[in-house]
Design a binder for this molecule. Structure first.
Ligand SMILES: NC(=O)c1ccc[n+]([C@@H]2O[C@H](COP(=O)([O-])OP(=O)(O)OC[C@H]3O[C@@H](n4cnc5c(N)ncnc54)[C@H](OP(=O)(O)O)[C@@H]3O)[C@@H](O)[C@H]2O)c1
Length: 298
């Protein structure tokens, strides 16, 4: 694979996606920065990215993509392929945080969250895999979270969406290894991005009001997360290092965070247990991606 890669990123309007776009483009990679509504609500963000690309001669192309819409995902992937001929890396980054006591989350809110944080990656992966299979290489990257490995009260649905994403990404890594396609998971801890301002709160106040002291969990958790948040460029630098790690040498999981909380320990244990499971099913030799790879932070 050429060391300069073609990368498609979801949710590039702000936060991590925006930083990944700039960080990767500054290293000479071609970036398809996808976002919702670049001609409307994200017009200012799209214009800033285009201006930057022009000023610094960066290979960045802004494309429209709503990850909850099959046709929108397919259109953006087709447009990227038409322009660059191939996609080396798809970064599934689009997502948002839903905060509140689980009983107070309406079914509609839960469905919308899963449709973005989980089904969004299902759609993007299905769209890009056809092309990656043809080229016999590619990387599916999934921006999960520390909350994809541990559970925080008042973040249960967000955790569920990231746990689901982790399961999907891990299964993909086993199934695609033989085709030369890698699936990797990045687990950021808490970082300063617009994510906290974009948080959706559980809507059913009447249910929340029955909870006594536990009513305060969302405020306490959100306060702790935002007051300990790290500098988001750390995650962008980690993503760049992962993308530039040669094929076959990447790990399945990368935790990147201001505090470890024991997440690297969970990942190391999970790797050992998974290896036993694969061996028990007689699949160890067919899932070479795990072989000889340590789980650690980058
Ligand atoms: N910051 C943290 O502490 C942290 C920690 C762990 C994991 N993460 C994960 O990192 C990812 C990026 O979040 P962030 O922190 O960078 O926050 P952010 O600035 O709010 O970025 C979220 C991005 O997702 C996009 N998005 C939401 N729904 C979408 C949809 N249906 N289609 C396409 N794009 C959509 C948003 O686009 P719009 O502008 O159109 O709304 C925005 O660009 C998320 O998956 C989040 O769960 C964040």
């Amino acid at each position: 694979m050429n060391s300069k890669q073609v990368v498609l990123i979801t949710g590039s309007s702000t936060g991590f996606g925006r930083l990944f776009t700039e960080t990767l483009a500054r290293k000479g990679h071609t970036v398809f920065a996808t976002m919702r509504d670049p001609g409307g609500r994200n017009a200012k963000n799209a214009a800033e990215i285009r201006t930057l690309a022009e000023k610094d001669s960066l290979r960045i192309h802004v494309l429209e993509m709503d990850v909850t819409d099959d046709a929108s995902v397919e259109r953006a992937v087709d447009a990227a392929i038409a322009k660059a001929g191939h996609i080396d890396v798809a970064i599934n980054n689009a997502g948002y945080y839903l905060s509140g006591l689980e009983e107070a989350v309406t079914t509609e809110q839960a469905q919308r969250l899963m449709d973005t944080n989980f089904m969004g990656s299902v759609r993007v992966n299905r769209a890009v895999l056809t092309h990656m299979r043809r080229q016999g290489s590619g990387v599916l990257m999934h921006i999960s979270s520390g909350a994809g490995r541990v559970v925080v009260p008042s973040a249960g649905f967000y955790c569920a969406s990231k746990f689901a994403l982790e399961a999907l990404a891990e299964a993909y890594s086993y199934e695609l290894a033989a085709q030369g396609i890698e699936s990797v998971i990045v687990e950021p801890g808490q970082y300063e991005t617009p994510v906290f301002g974009n948080t959706v709160m559980a809507a059913d106040q009447a249910r929340t009001d029955t909870y006594g002291a536990a009513k305060e969990f969302p405020a306490r958790v959100n306060g702790a997360l935002s007051s300990t948040a790290g500098h988001a460029q750390e995650v962008a630098d980690a993503v760049r290092r992962i993308i530039e790690t040669p094929a076959g040498e990447k790990q399945l999981r990368y935790f990147v965070g201001p505090q470890d909380f024991g997440l690297n320990e969970i990942n190391a244990l999970a790797k050992r247990v998974q290896t036993s499971v694969l061996e028990a099913f007689g699949l160890a030799a067919d899932t070479k991606f795990l072989e000889g790879k340590a789980v650690s932070s980058v």
